[in-house]
Design a protein around this ligand. Sequence first.
Ligand SMILES: NC(=O)c1ccc[n+]([C@@H]2O[C@H](COP(=O)([O-])OP(=O)(O)OC[C@H]3O[C@@H](n4cnc5c(N)ncnc54)[C@H](OP(=O)(O)O)[C@@H]3O)[C@@H](O)[C@H]2O)c1
Length: 353
Amino acid sequence: MAPRDVWRIDRAGTLSRLTRRTEDLPPPGAGEARIAVRAVGLNFADIFACLGLYSATPAGSFVPGLEFAGVVEALGPRETHSDTVPAVREGDAVVGLTRFGGYATAINAPLALLRPVRPGWSHAEAVSLPAQGLTAWYGLVALGAVGRGDVVLLHSAAGGVGLHALAILHALGARPIATVGSESKRQWLVKHRGLAPHHIVVRKARTFGRDLDTALAASGATGFDVVFDAVSGPYFMPGYERLNAEGRLVVYGAADFMSRGTRPNYLRLAAGYLRRPRLDPLQMMSANRSVMAFNLIWLWDRLDRLAAGYDALDALITAPPLVGRQFPFADAHDAMRHLQSGESVGKVVLDVA
Ligand SMILES: NC(=O)c1ccc[n+]([C@@H]2O[C@H](COP(=O)([O-])OP(=O)(O)OC[C@H]3O[C@@H](n4cnc5c(N)ncnc54)[C@H](OP(=O)(O)O)[C@@H]3O)[C@@H](O)[C@H]2O)c1
């Protein structure tokens, strides 16, 4: 047994139940490695999970966190050789995915879910890629089938998934129209990602449809080939209504449901639920538009698909990701509040000293 620190929540429902504890970690099992964690990647899903609003959350007590980067400390008994299991040695710097359990200073992880840290990348940069990069790839490439010249509506473009999505759209030669929640993020995208100001919409529910039309006209386009939407709420239908024939709307989240407190705002959730978008499949057929939806955590159990996703990311995303803010492991609550505030740009990371 090796001692480690974790952030654990005994019952989802409020962020204030998340507490730091010291626990024993058993030796790694067959086909696993024990990793001394150096960086933990935060995802919006961590907050939804702690609030009890994420369907994949384990019942009862759990440690949140979907990804980590660190150094291999020990290997469990080797399993029979498999092409999907990378060769890993003690001392290797690795990055990995986990189905919860990531908010920890050490973790046992299946070798099949590990990848080497890319040469020249820090642990914080490495941990910024897996969950959010694979989400962008799966939604835009595997489902959205984005092609060269396609006009793509990309929500929350300055966020973790959003910046990876921009990089992928750039690599594919597609034309993004971005949305963000604030003017400061718009300026950030102009300055640091070279987007034209008239290709970025600062979301306001009342004028959103008109603002999209203005951005489309400024791009010389009449509609979207793909909409990539994790905001939903009042921003869903205006995007859907502006899909071209053969257009695909890929929905992968509902950030608009998030409130700023430590507990869910059930009134806001109920109102959002009652006003959720409803589509008529017969009308979709006539208009030749599709809507697709996914939860990436499904990929953790499909190792062949996951390996394909990682390989695709190697080709599509070559520059180190943007680490927006780093917090000490002890300050997990501050880090989560920062992500929950909607003000973060790029990845939010916990550093393990
Ligand atoms: N389906 C999946 O498998 C999957 C996997 C990964 C992520 N996701 C979803 O993808 C989205 C992005 O995830 P991420 O981890 O990369 O986070 P992120 O984009 O770095 O941060 C979340 C962003 O959501 C936007 N937002 C919109 N309404 C909000 C609200 N009411 N409160 C707070 N923020 C709000 C904010 O950006 P702007 O205001 O600038 O838009 C905020 O920065 C999330 O909705 C997440 O749940 C889904």
